[in-house]
Design a protein around this ligand. Structure first.
Ligand SMILES: *Cc1c(COP(=O)(O)O)cnc(C)c1O
Length: 368
């Protein structure tokens, strides 16, 4: 039986040539060369002052919180519907996550809910560009500014997306990206932290290399810190992928528009769509359906798997997870009512239009 993968990259001879080159000459006087090229080209692509290559987006969020001075006793607001990597680093630094509800239409963090979550302990908000979509940043930015709260943008899933305010990842004081194998641009594992602030950039460079200044060879560490680095071979892969980013994003958008065409007659369902001035890079095409149909997402995933179709549940509310059993349950009605009724459809970059047609036909059998 043919399998239809949920996610996966597009790798060409260009990436393979760069990785081969880095494996043979990314050493000696060229140590750090590929990381520097990747960072410079990434910063230029986004139009930001600084880009710092890291081993993962999780590490990037950890360092972002540290650079902003978040620590024990502080609260950080995150949306309910996201991958746990958005929230886990809040615990790493000894602060407390506070879960905000999402907007029904965008599935991104609700500005109204953020407002109600703000307390005297709130130090930062981490907004998430879920599945390539983006929240209402004009209002969120204004709210954070007026309350003197930092904004971190988790753009792990949204390279190539944009709102009128700017490209995904450039909206807050610090933006972060993931290059995990499932993401639109991949280095296998990897991440990037971007910022316009020289102060934050310097702090992150210092913290990611065991608390020493860049170029230090005397081993005079000033603080106990972390070792978060990307390798030359990963960076070479990233350079090759970044040079094809417009093509990768265009392919993701094409996958979405094919689903939209084939599923237009699918009753009681909708696709998560760009709205309110968002240009989405559609990392994942996401199918949502009416609560009253009562078909749970795990049941739909099982039925699709029987046809060789790989799908994933939309995120369950973080506050519902065992991992956060000790957190007081907030009354986030939208997250809890939408959460059980949505799946990510196969959105791998290898899928063809006829693959999408096949998948859509099977979805239509479930939602006639
Ligand atoms: C993938 C992802 C991350 C984590 O990325 P890693 O590189 O795996 O650490 C963080 N946030 C969101 C929203 C993600 O989808």
């Amino acid at each position: 039986m043919k399998r239809y993968p949920l996610a996966g990259p597009s790798i060409t001879d260009a990436e393979i040539a760069l990785v081969t080159e880095a494996a043979s000459d990314g050493w000696y006087e060229n140590a750090g060369k590929y990381q520097k090229i990747f960072e410079d080209e990434f910063a230029e692509y986004l139009g930001v002052n600084f880009a710092i290559a890291l081993p993962s987006c999780t590490a990037a969020i950890h360092l972002a919180l540290l650079a902003l001075g978040v620590g024990p006793g502080d609260e950080v607001i995150v949306p309910e519907l996201t991958w746990i990597a958005t929230a886990a680093p809040i615990n790493y630094v000894g602060a407390a996550p506070v879960f905000a509800d999402v907007d029904r239409e965008s599935l991104c963090i609700s500005v109204e809910s953020v407002k109600s979550c703000i307390s005297s302990k709130t130090k930062a908000v981490i907004a998430v560009d879920l599945y390539g979509n983006m929240p209402n940043y004009e209002r969120l930015n204004a709210l954070c500014k007026s309350c003197n709260i930092s904004l971190i943008e988790d753009a792990a899933e949204a390279i190539g997306s944009a709102v009128p305010l700017g490209k995904a990842g450039t909206i807050g004081q610090i933006g972060v990206f993931s290059f995990h194998g499932s993401k639109t641009l991949t280095t296998g594992e990897g991440g990037m932290l971007v910022t316009d602030s020289s102060e934050f950039a310097a702090r992150v460079r210092f913290l990611c290399d065991h608390g020493r200044s860049p170029g230090d060879t005397s081993f005079q560490n000033e603080e106990v810190a972390y070792k978060y680095k990307m390798s030359n071979v990963q960076a070479a892969m990233g350079i090759g992928q970044l040079r094809r980013i417009d093509q990768l994003v265009e392919k993701k958008r094409e996958i979405f528009s094919n689903y939209k065409q084939f599923l237009s007659i699918c009753s009681g369902t909708r696709l998560l769509e760009e709205t309110g001035g968002v240009y989405s890079s559609y990392w994942m095409t996401t199918l949502l359906w009416e609560e009253h149909s009562r078909t749970n997402k795990f049941e739909v995933i099982k039925q699709l798997a029987e046809k060789g179709i790989d799908s994933r549940p939309i995120f369950s509310p973080l506050s519902s997870l065992q991992a956060y059993a000790d957190v007081e349950k907030p009354d986030n009605q939208t997250s809890y009512s939408v959460g059980p009724y949505g799946v990510n459809l196969p959105s791998a970059l290898c899928l063809s239009r006829s693959d999408i047609k096949f998948i859509s036909d099977k979805v239509l059998e479930i939602f006639p």
